[in-house]
Design a protein around this ligand. Structure first.
Ligand code: A2P
Length: 324
């Protein structure tokens, strides 16, 4: 593991040696705050030292991220686009063999970039080709054809439109299915992970298979419609934070980092952006790790929005293959 000049350690991908700053900046905001506010928050985060940015075709933040990158270059915050690590995600309506490359090209246009660092399948399900509404209408869900979609993801990498490819919200079972057909295995699986949903089984599986796990909603996504304050208001985390002179948010982020997992954290507030960077020069003690290990577990992101009475996922158990 190397380190950027701002002290954020890097993860190195085995296959191509590319470096990914372990701590990334999330840009999913619901309810949305508008393009200008998003761009300004991203610019501020670049000033503070963030170099890894996570977006998705579905978030509406590709364009403001692209504009922030252009501005960061023009005012000299960064010298070259290569200093950044940019991830975006394929939406379900484009998760069809013939739509993947065009979807990535559209995302690149929004981002004003020639290439992406990481392209992820957003959810392991498709919907009617070319439909983009959310919530997805129940009758529009379709099973994903892993063969053709993953082959098209691989094509994106071969065309140098992206340096790496991966998935998001995939269970061990679905990763096994992808690995069985992949010529290029997924580099990353980005999933919900925080002290209240620790992903022990998936972490083990990913480690054994060389897939780098990255945590979204590391603070429980407080303030969004899918999140809650259960991480930031957790008494155990607050007690540890108090003893350490840190915040519950920092304890949560540090804990994730110590598990060998990447983190995508979102804050559009300057002080909290700074705070979230302050997790690399201290560590959790054994008894603190033990207390976190024993916290009651449940998913925050149930995935219920991806179920349909028509299938392919009739229940949330189907999405996660019983890994609840
Ligand atoms: P804000 O943008 O106002 O800072 P997650 O990364 O789990 O999705 O959580 C994001 C939510 O947590 C956002 O609503 C964000 O609000 C808030 N947040 C981010 N960092 C911190 C922090 N250090 N302390 C408290 N809340 C935070």
């Amino acid at each position: 593991m190397g380190s950027t000049s701002f002290g954020i350690p890097d993860h190195r991908f085995g296959s191509n040696g590319e470096k990914m700053p372990i701590l990334g900046f999330g840009t999913a905001v619901l309810p949305p705050v508008g393009a200008e506010a998003t761009k300004m928050a991203i610019l501020q985060s670049i000033k503070l030292g963030y170099r890894h940015f996570d977006t998705a075709a579905k978030y509406g933040s590709e364009q403001p991220l692209g504009e922030a990158i252009q501005e960061a270059l023009s005012i000299g915050l960064i010298q070259s686009r290569d200093e950044l690590f940019i991830t975006t995600k394929l939406w379900c309506g484009d998760a069809h063999g013939d739509l993947v490359v065009p979807a990535l090209k559209r995302s690149l246009q929004n981002l004003k970039l020639e290439y992406l660092d990481l392209f992820l399948i957003h959810w392991p399900v498709s919907c009617k080709p070319g439909t983009y509404e959310f919530p997805i209408k129940e009758e529009n869900f379709l099973p994903m054809d892993f063969n053709s979609v993953w082959a098209a993801m691989e094509e994106c990498q071969r065309l140098n439109l992206t340096k790496s490819i991966g998935v998001s919200n995939f269970s061990c079972k679905k990763l096994t299915d992808i690995l069985a057909i992949a010529n290029i295995p997924p580099a990353v699986n980005q999933v919900e992970m925080n002290p209240m949903w620790q992903q022990k089984k998936l972490r083990e599986f990913c480690r054994a298979n060389g897939i780098f796990l990255t945590a979204y909603s590391p603070l429980g996504a407080n303030g969004t419609f899918w999140g809650s304050d259960r991480v930031l208001e957790c008494e155990v985390l607050k007690e540890i934070a108090k003893a350490k002179g840190k915040t519950a948010a920092q304890v949560s982020l540090r804990w994730i980092y110590e598990q060998g997992v990447g983190v995508i954290v979102k804050s559009f507030n300057g002080e909290r952006m700074k705070q979230n960077l302050g997790i690399f020069d201290w560590s959790l003690d054994e008894d603190e790790l033990k207390k976190i290990d024993e916290l009651p577990q449940s998913r925050g992101v149930t995935g219920v929005a991806y179920t349909s009475k028509y299938g392919p996922f009739r229940t949330v158990e189907d999405i996660w293959d019983g890994e609840m």
